[in-house]
Design a protein around this ligand. Structure first.
Ligand code: RP5
Length: 161
């Protein structure tokens, strides 16, 4: 199946964090593509990717980057697709630099920012965005949420017993 989610990152060093988004997409059998597109090191390649994404059939882009994390915002500026930004924590500043670089977008150019290192939620949010127009995915998301609830209730029961 052709990919509907673009899962991109500023460096291959971001992959250990971004992999959790891929796992979430796999769980819902959502086809995606993966790639490294650096806002600073390969700016034209990044812009080409963003501007061609919708035409190639992508429907959501997940973009992760760390430090001066300009990738999600720059991609959002060059596509009409929803962009989910994942702040990748690096060695210094505990990911605060990544978070603030991604979350503080100017009005008119939205990026849906998840928590620092929150790639799993980025994958799940991409599924929800797709599910808005896909009843099958909506059903599976409802089942996923029911499973989450059951997990908590089971733990609660175990604690009380
Ligand atoms: C950012 O610079 C990347 O997203 C990565 O988080 C960070 C460091 O990249 P490398 O020096 O590990 O390639 O653009």
């Amino acid at each position: 199946m052709s990919p509907v989610v673009g899962l991109i990152m500023g460096s291959d060093s971001d992959w250990p964090v971004l992999e959790a988004a891929a796992t979430a997409l796999d769980e819902f059998e959502v086809p995606y593509e993966v790639g490294v597109y650096s806002a600073h090191r390969t700016p034209q390649r990044m812009l080409d990717y963003a501007s061609s994404a919708a035409g190639r059939g992508l429907r959501v882009i997940i973009a992760g980057a760390g430090g001066a994390a300009h990738l999600p915002g720059m991609v959002a500026s060059a596509t009409v697709l929803p962009v989910i930004g994942v702040p990748v924590p690096l060695k210094y500043l505990d990911g605060m630099d990544s978070l603030l670089s991604i979350v503080q977008m100017p009005a008119g150019v939205p990026v849906a920012t998840v928590s620092v290192g929150g790639a799993r939620n980025a994958g799940l949010l991409a599924v929800r965005i797709l599910a808005a127009a896909d009843e099958g995915l909506r059903t599976r998301m409802a089942e996923f949420q029911a499973d989450l609830e059951k997990l908590v209730l089971d733990k609660d029961a175990a604690l009380r017993s």
